[in-house]
Design a protein around this ligand. Structure first.
Ligand code: ADP
Ligand code: MG
Length: 581
């Protein structure tokens, strides 16, 4: 034994400090363990360091200018990836700003987790006036699918696991996770901390349909003379694209896509009845709903849009059993996940499947061709200023040439007309205002679409819709994202031509005339374009998308071209008092 070794050997033993971890690190480790790589948020007390540390730990942390847009980004990330999108906000006001997006995610069945810092329980519960005091958990609860609070660092793993399961399993939705400030600095032994984390196994388990339910559905389908499939955004979310295509093509049944299901099969598919939607709904005798709800967007399955009461039988595939009979009777409920249900229907059709009668297919084909022919000249219009149709005709060609670009779309006329005019060719490429018809999703969706998919994004925005999230062009520039925004600038909401009857103020629905939204993009280093004709619009969008740079095109639209509330003017209540003339 050497002298040195002897000294070491005889030195008094120093108790080694155990490795420590804390709430900050446990939250990050729990997310990473579950394959979550991106956080969308706005920093501030008490979560600023959480964002910093997450970035240092290799996560993508995308900071926005307002929580609502970070929340919308998280929600659509959830839709695109089937993993819960994470939104991180500060307490009370930041939390409230994120809540609209959380509620919207829940309404649209997008998996999302809103993680919010909060103030101290003891002070909040005694209402002693803490910094940003608010009982956030109680407020979030009715607006989301589930809400949890974690008080001890050792429970972070379970808290995150519960949040992930709640967001993804069954019908997906928004989840709130409340993390009080004190939690983040709580310390525990690293090894115990590591052991407390939970990797969620199979967060969205397959839910196979009962064989009787499939047999019943096939019996009803076989009896149909004029069958129709309606594809909803649940079908897009499910990523069962091949099975859905096979079901449509094997059955020979025409289909109508709901807005965000466009492109699941290309809109140009011979069985697409999208351009004959009214006829398809009204004249069908059996309708197979796949991930689509019979809510207002389908006139609740009754009334003028549909045939005589009782003349349409509904089969519905949905993961949520309580969706059945929510508006009208569902004669064949098929409860389960779409991939399993569609596959089971396909298997049940077997070899001897009879395609629908040719006269039904022909009726829809004739109607579709007539509608397309009627629309064609409007799309070619060279009127100055531009009509919505002419501008959308230009964009329609661009999307055809760039089918892998993601289209984000909001507005009133800009939304309703774009949905009908712009054909989609690939699944999950159209992101829009969804079930609520919410305005303000534009920039949040665009940022997440670019980040999650790496694809170019084309945002087609009404000037009013753009205003809700317009400040996020700075975010788009900061992260250098390939987002091309086209603002349909018609000087106002619906139209830019209203005036205040008293002559005092601008009308409630108009904006500053001839605004230059393109300058907003230039202010942050992106590219601005100002266009007044379809030809200029085409050149500008192509240049912007080729460059891959943040771009904004101010497209001047005739202020008189729009109609009140786009396609849904009938939802405006009318005054019960007759006007005296
Ligand atoms: P759209 O507005 O396009 O008609 P909705 O949002 O109204 O679509 O409907 C989507 C439906 O899809 C919801 O009822 C939801 O429960 C259902 N859903 C979502 N994901 C799945 C899935 N993986 N399997 C089965 N149903 C699903
Ligand atoms: Mg407008």
């Amino acid at each position: 034994m050497t002298a040195l070794a002897k000294i070491v050997h005889t030195a008094p033993e120093i108790e080694a400090e155990p490795d420590l971890t804390d709430g900050f690190h446990l939250v990050i480790d729990a997310l990473k363990l579950n394959g979550i790589e991106t956080i969308y948020g706005v920093p501030g007390i008490p979560i600023t360091d959480l964002g910093r540390m997450a970035q240092a730990a290799g996560m993508r942390v995308v900071s926005f200018r307002h929580e609502q847009h970070a929340g919308n980004a998280a929600a659509i990330a959830g839709f695109l990836t089937q993993k819960p999108g994470i939104c991180l906000t500060v307490s009370a006001p930041g939390f409230l700003n994120g809540l609209t997006a959380l509620a919207n995610a829940t309404t649209n069945c997008f998996p999302m987790i809103l993680i919010s810092g909060s103030s101290e329980r003891e002070i909040v519960d005694l209402q002693q006036g803490d910094y940003e005091e608010m009982d956030q958990l109680a407020i979030a609860k009715p607006l989301c699918k589930a809400a949890f609070r974690v008080l001890h660092a050792a429970d972070i793993g379970i808290g995150v696991a519960r949040a992930i399961r709640a967001a993804c399993s069954g019908r997906p939705g928004g989840v709130y996770l409340d993390l009080p400030a004190k939690l983040f600095s709580q310390v525990m032994e690293a090894e115990a901390g590591q052991k407390s984390l939970v990797k969620v196994i199979d967060p969205a388990p397959a839910q196979r349909p009962a064989p009787e339910a499939i047999a019943r559905a096939l019996d009803v389908l076989k009896s149909a003379r004029r069958p129709l499939i309606v594809l909803g955004k649940g079908a897009a979310y499910a990523q069962a694209d091949e099975a859905i295509r096979a079901l449509v093509e094997t059955s020979g049944i025409p289909y109508v896509p709901m807005s965000m299901a466009k492109g699941l099969l290309p809109d140009t598919h011979p069985l697409s009845a999208g351009a004959a939607r009214s006829t398809a709904l009204k004249d069908s005798d059996v309708v197979l709903l796949i991930g689509a709800r019979l809510n207002w967007l389908l006139s609740h399955g009754k009334g003028k849009s549909w045939g005589e009461p009782g003349s349409t039988k509904f089969i519905q595939i949905d993961i949520e059993p309580r969706e059945m009979d929510s508006n009208v009777e569902i004669v064949a409920p098929v409860v389960g996940d779409i991939a399993s249900c569609v596959q089971a229907l396909l298997d049940g059709m077997g070899q001897g499947w009879q395609q629908p009668p040719a006269d039904w297919i022909d009726t829809l084909k004739t109607k579709r061709e007539a509608n397309i022919a009627k629309m064609a000249p409007k799309l070619m219009s060279n009127a100055s200023p531009m009509t919505f149709h002419a501008a959308l005709g230009a964009l329609r060609t661009i999307v055809k040439e760039r089918p892998d670009a993601i289209l984000v779309n909001e507005g009133a006329n800009t939304l309703d007309l774009a949905r009908g005019i712009i054909d989609m060719y690939q699944p999950r490429k159209r992101l829009d205002v969804g079930t609520w018809g919410i305005m303000g999703i534009g920039m949040g969706f665009a940022v997440a679409a670019a980040i999650e998919t790496g694809k170019p994004v084309l945002c087609v925005e009404g000037d009013s819709a753009f205003g809700f999230s317009g400040m996020e062009v700075e975010t788009i520039c900061r992260y250098g994202l390939p987002v091309c925004i086209v603002v349909f600038n018609n000087n106002g909401i619906y139209r830019g031509t209203d005036s205040d009857p008293t002559g005092r103020d601008p009308a409630t629905t108009v904006f500053v005339k001839d605004s230059r939204y393109d300058k907003m993009m230039e202010a942050f280093g992106g590219d601005g374009y100002h266009v007044t004709s379809p030809g200029e619009l085409t050149r500008a969008v192509n240049a912007a998308m080729d460059s891959g740079r943040p771009s904004l095109i101010n497209a001047v639209i005739d202020p008189a071209a729009g109609s009140e509330s786009g396609n849904i003017g009938s939802l405006n209540p009318q005054s019960g008092i007759k006007k005296k003339v």
